[in-house]
Design a protein around this ligand. Structure first.
Ligand code: URA
Length: 210
């Protein structure tokens, strides 16, 4: 069974992604663009969030109006690059709860090793949106989602900026039930586990660490 993949082809998203890919883009602009693009991704990802008809009063009349239960949504950021998407999404979903999962890639095996895990205490009626800019080998994303599933949330979606066929295949082999939302599917992985043509190391580009 293969899972759902949603490519957000909107020209605003594609334009910002192209600017982010360029090696001429500064750290400051990269961070800004990531925040902006994340708001646009959030708009698509939240398309099917449930709303409750809630009584309100406008200045002229009473009505039942659709209201999101923001607290039911948990944005789960995979450290460290997930923080960039988290920041943008929180502007659109200010009441969302936030979780963090810390994983690093073993440079030899490219396997994911967990060093931090913190999510809200009660997860069973919550909808999780896991964020990480690059779905590359799929190892960290699959490990993060497996760990999250153990808390039994109501639903999980995975959001990235870029992925590649290898990443999608590995992720959906482990989690065919978790839809992927991405701005683009690139050509392939290189031997070091980087996406080509990609945008380089998302964390380094966000934080200027290279
Ligand atoms: N992580 C990154 O930051 N970039 C890649 O291309 C792959 C993984």
């Amino acid at each position: 069974m293969s899972g759902e993949v949603h490519v957000i082809g909107h020209p605003l998203v594609q334009h910002k992604l192209s600017l982010m890919r360029s090696k001429e883009t500064s750290t400051k602009s990269f961070r800004n663009l990531l925040r902006e693009i994340s708001m646009l991704l959030a708009y698509e990802v939240c398309r099917d969030l449930p709303v409750t008809m809630t009584p309100i009063e406008t200045p002229l009349a009473k009505m039942d109006a659709p209201i999101l239960d923001g607290k039911k949504t948990v944005l789960v950021s995979i450290l460290r690059a997930g923080g960039g998407i988290l920041e943008g999404m929180l502007e659109i979903l200010p009441s969302a709860r936030v979780g963090h999962i810390g994983l690093y890639r073993d440079p030899k095996t490219l396997d994911a090793v967990e060093y931090y895990f913190k999510v809200p205490a009660e997860m069973t009626d919550r909808d999780c949106i896991v964020v990480d800019p690059m779905l590359a080998t799929g190892n960290s994303a699959a490990a993060a989602v497996a760990r999250l599933k153990a808390t039994r949330p109501r639903s999980i979606k995975f959001v990235c900026l870029l992925t590649c066929p290898e990443g999608i295949q590995a992720f959906h082999a482990a989690h065919p039930d978790v839809p992927i939302y991405t701005a683009a599917i690139d050509e392939r992985l290189n031997e070091k586990g980087y996406i080509l043509p990609g945008l380089g190391d998302a964390g380094d580009r966000m934080f200027g660490t290279k």
